[in-house]
Design a protein around this ligand. Structure first.
Ligand code: SF4
Length: 336
């Protein structure tokens, strides 16, 4: 008896996708710190918004805490890593007050936004931060400046209601992981209302966010479904779902692992797209492609827009730390 032939399916696989240089660096910092200083290494908040990565690091001895005060007194001398999203200034200050040893894994491109915000303030401007309330990066950026120095703007609709101290002295920055198109709309509305508004010295939305959105825009037209590999609390992954829908995908969903896929929703599909947010490891993308291969006769098309070469080195203290084969396998498995 022969089984039914598999239905043909074209998968448009976006490139670039998945891990960015900031996420790579943050994960390396935790793995290297575990190797150099031994377990436990504490990590304030999820180092990146991905369960697969967080669980892998936990198995290696990382302990995730919400606040520094959650670290037991007996472990106060253990290293603590701050996440790639950045932290308010009060956090390193608190660590110093408690005589803790910390490693700051804030992405250099988030630090750049912090500096842009501080520069606006130094030049006497009130800062408008375009971003999503409650996101760790927004909390970190707002926390670079004294209370009241930053006003958060989330939508175009909010622009008409804004009250600012002086309309002639205003500067803006943005979260790094926003929708490029939505942000442009908010900036336009702000510039119309406040003609003296000063832009940051360079774009705050990072290369990885921009590149992943561009690749999805290229791949989305005509797809029956677009899968974005990423976590529900990952801002850049959620933006990719929106971008796919707006640019021609009939539907788009966020998935964290192949086991979550509702295969009934794939019935009748002839073309699907796949991409991954900046915190989603490649190993999960391949797991999902393999799950499609088991059920369909797949043809893989690469939707390539640009080759990324960015690489952010870890801090000097960790650079010479040699990793064991198992740690290298974890890093490579997640990042290849
Ligand atoms: Fe850095 Fe952009 Fe990656 Fe965020 S998404 S960690 S800003 S490179």
């Amino acid at each position: 008896m022969t089984s039914d032939p598999k239905a043909p399916l074209t998968i448009r696989l976006c490139e670039p996708r998945g891990f960015c240089a900031g996420v790579d660096r943050a994960i390396q910092i935790v793995v290297l710190a575990l190797k150099k200083y031994g377990a436990p290494v504490y990590v304030r908040h999820e180092i990146v918004h991905n369960r697969f990565v967080v669980e892998g690091l936990r198995e290696r001895g990382a302990v995730f805490v919400k606040e520094l005060s959650d670290i037991p007194e007996a472990d106060r001398e253990r290293p603590v890593v701050f996440s790639a999203h950045g932290v308010p200034k009060s956090v390193p200050a608190d660590a110093e007050m408690r005589s803790m040893f910390y490693l700051d894994a804030t992405c250099p491109l988030v630090s750049k936004v912090h500096k842009q915000a501080m520069r606006h303030q130094r030049l006497g401007r009130h800062v408008l931060l375009i971003g999503h309330a409650g996101h760790p990066e927004v909390i970190g950026t707002m926390g670079q400046l004294p209370e009241g120095a930053v006003t958060l703007v989330e939508t175009v609709d909010q622009v008409t209601e804004l009250t600012v101290p002086d309309e002639e002295k205003l500067g803006y920055v943005t979260q790094t992981t926003l929708s490029v198109d939505d942000t442009a709309d908010i900036v336009t509305a702000l510039e119309q209302r406040f003609p003296a508004l000063t832009a940051p010295s360079s774009e705050s939305i990072c290369y990885a966010t921009t590149n992943r959105q561009e690749a999805v825009k290229k791949a989305a037209p005509g797809t029956d479904m677009f899968l974005i590999v990423g976590a529900p609390n990952s801002s850049n992954s959620r933006r990719l779902v929106e971008v796919a829908r707006r640019h021609g995908a009939a539907d788009s969903i966020l998935v964290q692992r192949a086991g979550e896929i509702d295969w009934q929703r794939m019935d009748g599909a002839s073309v699907i797209g796949i991409s991954a947010g900046a915190s989603a490891p490649e190993i999960v993308v391949q797991e999902i492609v393999d799950a499609f291969r088991e059920r369909f006769d797949i043809k893989l098309d690469l939707a390539l827009t640009v080759a990324e070469t960015e690489n952010f080195p870890v801090m000097r203290d960790l650079r010479d730390t040699e990793l064991a084969a198992a740690d290298m396998a974890f890093l490579n498995g997640a990042m290849d």
